[in-house]
Design a protein. Structure first.
Length: 335
């Protein structure tokens, strides 16, 4: 009864006050084929997971699904508890994190991050089919196209440029020569690294650290990533303490680098879908194929979860409590 009241209170709080929404294209997405909402949803889950699942189920489409945002709306649980609950809900089959490539048709492209939620627990095969359908849907709605980088000039284009003698004859306004060049600000990669400390104090970097890590972060931006994507990938699933922020960020920039997206000279052959959607590890955010992310977790996160799970034998709830306590007291007595 107390568990039902806790879940009902969380669901009521989700509807009574406005919840922060994610950026357009990000956030919560309801999975298809949802069964009607009932009062006994998530009754087989533990108390914490049941309460958080009931809260998420009431959130609107596009609601922010990051751990920090959820923890702010759930006063009973901190960020570590919310992250553990999301991992458990992923293993139980209620949610998966998916990154999708949006844009195209001559415009810029970028990766967006969505959390697909199902009120009914699904198996790994069902979630793999959902990611495949999302890949086909985005490929059909938004054809794959990437703008070539302006600073890169292929040899054929360079040959068509006017020769230096011709360009020297072109009149140049005098004021253009006297105008000093505008000072260049920090690069988007440097600015994103400098803002990590505001997203999470455990990742605060110095100016020298940002300079060292800037080439690695610039590689992410060259692959179609924006600042929000980079911040979320680096700050998701942090440990309780980060001893070396620069070393931790360097490791994640290297290990979680997104796949390369290049502009093709010719359109891809028919029947070859573009990789516009892929699954992410619920805990650390590492991308991968659905077959490699069993229960929505990568191999290292599954292994760490098995190692951290305590082994409990002979729970006292299944026998007489007084006998159990008396036995503990006997063990504590001096010989």
């Amino acid at each position: 009864m107390a568990t039902q009241h806790l879940s009902s209170a969380s669901q009521a709080s989700a509807c009574s006050r406005p919840y922060p929404m994610a950026h357009p294209g990000y956030g919560k997405r309801s999975a298809p084929d949802q069964r009607p909402r009932t009062a006994v949803d998530f009754e087989l889950l533990p108390i914490r997971e049941r309460s958080i699942a009931g809260f998420i189920d009431q959130l609107p489409e596009g609601a922010a699904m990051d751990v920090k945002g959820l923890a702010k709306q759930l006063p009973l649980y901190g960020q570590q508890a919310v992250a553990s609950a999301l991992k458990a809900l992923s293993v139980a089959g209620y949610l998966r994190r998916v990154r999708c490539l949006v844009g195209g048709e001559g415009g810029p492209v970028r990766w967006v991050f969505r959390t697909f939620w199902s009120r009914t627990a699904r198996d790994n095969e069902w979630w793999a089919a959902l990611v495949a359908d999302e890949r086909e849907r985005t490929a059909a709605v938004e054809p794959f196209a990437v703008q070539p980088v302006a600073s890169l000039v292929v040899p054929e284009q360079r040959a068509k440029d006017p020769v230096p003698e011709q360009r020297a004859k072109d009149p140049v306004p005098e004021q253009r020569e006297s105008t000093p060049p505008a000072p260049e600000g920090p690069s988007p990669a440097y600015a994103a690294l400098a803002q990590l400390g505001r997203a999470d104090a455990r990742l605060a970097l110095s100016a020298a650290d940002c300079t060292v890590l800037e080439p690695l972060a610039a590689e992410w931006f060259a692959r179609g990533v924006d600042a929000d994507h980079l911040t979320q990938a680096l700050a998701a699933g942090l440990p309780a303490q980060v001893d070396s922020p620069v070393g931790f960020v360097r490791c994640r920039l290297t290990r979680k680098v997104p796949p390369q997206v290049t502009a093709a000279a010719e359109p891809p052959a028919s029947g070859t879908p573009a990789p516009r959607a892929m699954m992410e590890c619920t805990e650390c955010g590492a991308p991968g194929r659905p077959g490699a992310l069993i229960d929505g977790l990568c191999r290292s996160c599954r292994r760490s979860g098995r190692e951290a799970a305590p082994v409990i034998e002979a729970l006292p709830a299944e026998r007489d409590v007084h006998t159990y306590v008396a036995g503990l007291r006997d063990l504590l007595k001096a010989p």
